[in-house]
Ligand binder design. Structure first.
Ligand SMILES: *[C@@H]1O[C@H](CO)[C@@H](O)[C@H](O)[C@H]1NC(C)=O
Ligand SMILES: *[C@@H]1O[C@H](CO)[C@@H](O)[C@H](O)[C@H]1NC(C)=O
Length: 462
């Protein structure tokens, strides 16, 4: 093929045309590079971090599980292990604590080693259209996550396995520190430019006491969550029930002044200094309250109210913290709502909260009381296929109209369950009594909570 030049018979002028064309092409390419260089580099960096490389230049050993063997709160059985770790954790007055690293402003003192931060640019029109909704899970290698695809196929899920090396799992974290907080921050950092409209941050177990529906079922929480409300509110805690965390779980200002030696509530002791480091621009609050358990939903706009550098800085704080993972995890449990712009005391009226968050509106007092009950951190073996569990028939009625839920057994209930199911009202029988006794004992054993929260657990014991 020959260039369609009028002088194609003239070899000399043909090579001159070729030279001009080449020069033009080089010039155009160069201009294109100048214009797009930053985006190209940025997306390459993001891609690299998405494909399971740590976003920051951590040494590779940090990808191995924490040497202390601390595990993320994967199942609900390891709270007692955590307690041991709690009492063995560093003191905030430890001179080797990293209080020297965080600067006075959250925008300063950011680690500068990461290319993706320094050349970060706004998402381009060439990027894939963001999804409507995604799930983010803090899991471990051993976590059986098939319940997610089985029950929530319409959600795109991001399963981070905190103890996995990049070769072992699709997503992992720079180091297994800070329990689920490390995962949630890593997802936000990895996906800052391609966030969905709504992202939901969850623990790995389907059934866990943190979920405030009668089955403690994450599938119900995710399915019934109102995405339009999340987009409006920005930050939405998945839990509306006040036990644990509301009306005020921590008293940072008083603990800061008086420095009580409160070994039963170690997070309260360690929170004030961490708060000062994480939120240097905020006044030390008298009280911090929010429903517990670190499961929440965020809108993209809310996440984007902070620059990417903030999240990287905060994750670095978590990586550098000498505190035990369970403590830093809990510090974040009581910090997410503050990070996302809510008041330090953020305890919504539960009735209003259930209506807005899940569409369970007009709940009676009885509905509210039965929406979440305390059975301990470990649900009965085989849950929810146990006689004690509420029936699906009851739940279906409740999700639609709270007031229709009856305390009597519904006629749809299967006979075998009716016979064994302890009546909610009326004659208390032996299994019911012993289960309540167990729940009360477990409320008393619950580590690292305020006295008010312990009493709330006792009140909700069933
Ligand atoms: C994982 O959970 C599913 C139920 O969601 C179950 O059918 C399956 O047997 C489990 N797999 C393992 C390896 O336990
Ligand atoms: C709310 O419940 C009351 C009874 O408790 C009922 O009269 C009323 O119609 C209900 N409202 C809605 C909107 O369902």
């Amino acid at each position: 093929m020959i260039w369609p030049s009028p002088h194609h018979s003239d070899a000399h002028s043909r090579s001159r045309s070729f030279l001009y064309l080449s020069l033009t092409a080089v010039f155009l390419l160069f201009t294109y590079q100048l214009l797009l260089n930053r985006e190209l580099l940025g997306s390459v960096a993001d891609w690299a971090s998405d494909s399971a490389f740590p976003s920051l230049g951590f040494d590779s050993s940090s990808n191995t599980p924490d040497a202390s063997g601390i595990e993320i709160a994967d199942t609900n059985e390891n709270e007692n292990d955590k307690l041991i770790a709690i009492h063995g954790s560093h003191s905030i007055n430890d001179p080797s604590s990293p209080s020297s690293t965080p600067s006075k402003s959250i925008n300063l003192g950011i680690p500068t080693s990461t290319p993706s931060t320094s050349i970060h640019v706004a998402p381009t029109q060439t990027s894939v259209p963001p999804r409507e909704k995604e799930l983010v899970f803090a899991a471990m290698l051993k976590s059986n996550m098939s319940w997610v695809t089985e029950n929530l196929p319409e959600w795109h899920s991001n399963i981070y396995r905190v103890d996995a090396s990049p070769e072992q799992a699709e997503w992992t974290v720079p180091a297994n520190r800070g329990n689920e907080a490390m995962v949630f921050l890593t997802y936000i950092i990895d996906r800052y430019d391609s966030l969905p409209d709504v992202s939901i941050y969850l623990h790995s177990s389907r059934y866990q006491w943190h979920n405030d529906n009668p089955l403690y079922d994450s599938v119900i929480s995710v399915r019934d969550l109102q995405p339009t409300f999340v987009r409006k509110a920005g930050y939405v805690n998945l839990r509306c029930t006040w036990a644990i965390g509301c009306p005020a779980e921590l008293e940072p200002a008083r603990y800061y002044r008086e420095r009580p030696d409160d070994q039963d509530h170690i997070t309260a002791v360690l929170f004030p200094d961490s708060f000062a480091q994480l939120f240097p621009d905020l006044e030390m609050p008298e009280r911090v309250g929010v429903p517990c358990c670190s499961q929440f939903a965020l809108s993209r706009e809310k996440i984007h109210e902070r620059p990417l550098e903030d999240y990287i800085w905060v994750r670095q704080w978590l990586l550098d913290s000498p505190l035990d993972a369970s403590i830093t995890g809990r510090i974040f449990e009581y910090s997410w709502h503050i990070m996302f712009g809510k008041p330090t005391e953020f305890c919504l009226d539960p009735r209003q909260c259930f209506c807005n968050t899940y569409g369970y509106c007009n709940m009676s007092d009885e509905d509210l009381q039965q929406q979440w009950q305390w059975r301990g951190q470990t649900l009965p073996e085989g849950w929810p296929d146990v006689p004690d569990a509420p029936t699906q028939a009851n739940l279906a009625g409740e999700a639609e109209t709270g007031t229709e839920q009856s305390t009597e057994h519904s006629p749809e209930q299967s006979p075998d369950q009716s016979s064994e199911h302890p009546a909610n009202e009326g004659k208390p029988d032996e299994p019911k009594k012993s289960s309540r006794k167990r729940s009360l004992a477990l409320a008393d054993e619950m580590p690292d909570i305020s006295d008010a929260s312990r009493q709330a657990l006792r009140d909700a014991a069933v």
